[in-house]
Design a protein around this ligand. Structure first.
Ligand SMILES: [Zn+2]
Length: 121
């Protein structure tokens, strides 16, 4: 695994551990001896609704793969992560691979015990 200079990964949520393990393994399977390269973590300027500042998103380098390989790698990582938890999202962008744990999606699946019990009163 390589962390690009200036990239901040301190503060990543534990949910991102599985993203790193999965991406590392698949990048190696696709011939990257050094494994995955992180190009963004909690650093950088992202969209207002981005999960990056909260430690729920990572970007990975893709430019050394051809277009078809990029799609394959993204698809493999997506399949592995979705199997673990459907709240993981993997999006192939034009110049990087974005992986996030959609904490709001994850929480919306949980029963709202407090609200439900309160409404019954
Ligand atoms: Zn991103």
């Amino acid at each position: 695994m390589i962390i690009k200079k200036g990239v901040i990964i301190a503060g990543l949520d534990i949910k991102m551990r599985q993203v790193l393990i999965t991406a590392e393994r698949i990048y190696k399977e696709y011939g990257r001896k050094e494994g995955v390269t992180i190009t963004s973590g909690l650093d950088g300027c992202h969209s207002a609704g981005s999960y990056h500042p909260y430690g729920y998103a990572l970007d990975f380098r893709t430019h050394y793969f051809g277009q078809e390989t990029q799609k394959e790698v993204a698809g493999m990582i997506r399949r592995y992560l979705k199997d673990i938890d459907p709240a993981y999202d993997v999006v192939l962008e034009s110049d990087h691979l974005h992986c996030e744990y959609d904490i709001e999606k994850a929480n919306s699946n949980k029963p709202k015990k407090f609200l439900d019990s309160w409404r019954k009163k």
